[in-house]
Design a protein around this ligand. Structure first.
Ligand SMILES: Nc1ncnc2c1ncn2[C@@H]1O[C@H](COP(=O)(O)OP(=O)(O)OP(=O)(O)O)[C@@H](O)[C@H]1O
Ligand SMILES: [Mg+2]
Length: 247
């Protein structure tokens, strides 16, 4: 059984259908890459799976860990073990990073939090990601640089240890060193047993990872399903091959 099974999935926002008849599977312990032109519906897929109330699913189903999740609230889906790393992380003035992480960890652990274990783990992960401890006491994403926001998403991923992490462009806006840190974080998450659904535009990050599968969306549905050769093709030729008859 797949960890995530998406079948004939359609998503609309404000009565506009963005995704249609999308079917795909994500297996446990794998890294699946989702590519596709701007505006083709990649973030829409991520939000819809995570239960964002503005994204309606008029038809189709998504089965996560054996349970249908369409219509379920985001916090329930998170408790089942799904995580979303945002393309544009939200700023939450008033909530410190450490408070946020404690609250999320406690919520996912049935209301329990062992402070000593949490603290020890947090310090280890901060060090691995090269994040200064002072970040813990800043408000969530408030005034963070683009790269700092992306590191923080990876920090959450490593602390919360989901079954499936949907990472929406974790590489956008990163310098070369930060890209390596994010890649290392993703590889660490895989060692924790987290399956990854990684949305990206570029091969750069994939060079540090070992994707099991690359799928390409076009016009709101699945256009190609393959391996790294698809990322190579997109890198060299762009997306024209999707519409060309001789592809
Ligand atoms: N709240 C909204 N209201 C209206 N249209 C929306 C809304 N959210 C998304 N869309 C539209 O849905 C389409 C898909 O957007 P989405 O963000 O999923 O694309 P994407 O594949 O993630 O693109 P990118 O690569 O630029 O991140 C776009 O045409 C976008 O304008
Ligand atoms: Mg997007």
């Amino acid at each position: 059984m797949s960890l995530l099974s998406i079948r004939n999935f359609s998503v609309s926002i404000e009565n506009k259908e963005i995704l249609h008849d999308l079917s795909m599977e994500v297996e446990a312990d794998t890294l699946t890459v989702v590519m596709g032109k701007n505006g083709t519906g990649k973030s829409t897929l991520a939000y819809a799976l995570m239960g964002h109330p503005a994204y309606k699913v008029p038809s189709g189903e998504a089965i996560f860990n054996g349970e249908p999740i369409v219509g379920m609230a985001a916090d329930k889906i998170a408790k089942m073990g799904m995580f979303l790393g945002f393309q544009q992380p939200v700023e939450v003035p008033g909530v410190t990073v450490v408070k946020f992480l404690q609250t999320a960890t406690r919520a996912l652990n049935g209301g329990e939090l062992n402070y000593d274990i949490f603290q020890e783990e947090l310090l280890t992960v901060l060090e691995k990601l090269g994040i200064d401890q002072s970040f813990l006491y800043r408000y969530l994403n408030d005034g963070f640089s683009g790269g700092e926001k992306k590191r923080l998403e990876i920090l959450q991923l490593l602390m919360l240890k989901p079954k499936l992490a949907i990472l929406d462009e974790p590489d956008s806006g990163l310098d070369v060193d930060a890209m390596k840190v994010v890649a290392e974080g993703i590889n660490m998450a895989r060692k924790n047993g987290t399956a990854i659904l990684l949305i990206t535009h570029y091969k750069r990050l994939l060079n540090y990872l070992n994707p099991d599968r690359v799928i390409v969306l076009a016009d709101g549905t699945l256009a190609r399903d393959g391996g790294m050769e698809l990322a190579d093709k997109i890198e060299s030729d762009g997306y024209d091959f999707l519409t060309s008859r001789i592809s």
